[in-house]
Design a protein. Structure first.
Length: 128
């Protein structure tokens, strides 16, 4: 089951990360700062990712978990901003910095979703 969950996470995570990065890059392109670009992409991503992670990765469609999910992504947003800022000091490119950060944040989000948002309940609550 673990391998299947990791595989499902990777497949869904790639899609979610691409959606996030496209939105982030779009806002950067219209010259919104990286913090707001990441914030808007995170907000849009929360709505998209909650359903995809819950249903396809953790096999849990419990909508009441959206509050924990939002809290998790608030934390991930703070990490994301710190990483984008750090990588930008090295690379001087917010696009590349945001891309690298999004990969790291995807891994952090998997760990937090697995252990905080969806927990073991995901194994027992699949009623589909």
């Amino acid at each position: 089951l673990w391998e299947n969950k990791v595989y499902r996470f990777l497949m869904v995570g790639v899609i979610n990360t691409l959606v996030y990065y496209i939105i982030y890059s779009g806002f950067l392109y219209v010259e919104i700062g990286y913090k707001l670009s990441a914030l808007f992409a995170t907000i849009f991503g929360v709505f998209f990712s909650f359903k995809t992670f819950g249903k396809f990765v953790f096999l849990n469609s419990d909508n009441s978990l959206v509050y924990k999910f939002f809290l998790t992504y608030s934390f991930v947003y703070v990490i994301n901003i710190a990483l984008i800022n750090y990588f930008n000091t090295l690379l001087h490119n917010y696009y590349v910095s945001g891309f690298i950060s999004s990969i790291f944040c995807a891994l952090v989000s998997f760990f937090l979703n697995k252990n905080f948002v969806f927990q073991m309940k995901s194994l027992n609550s699949n009623k589909e």
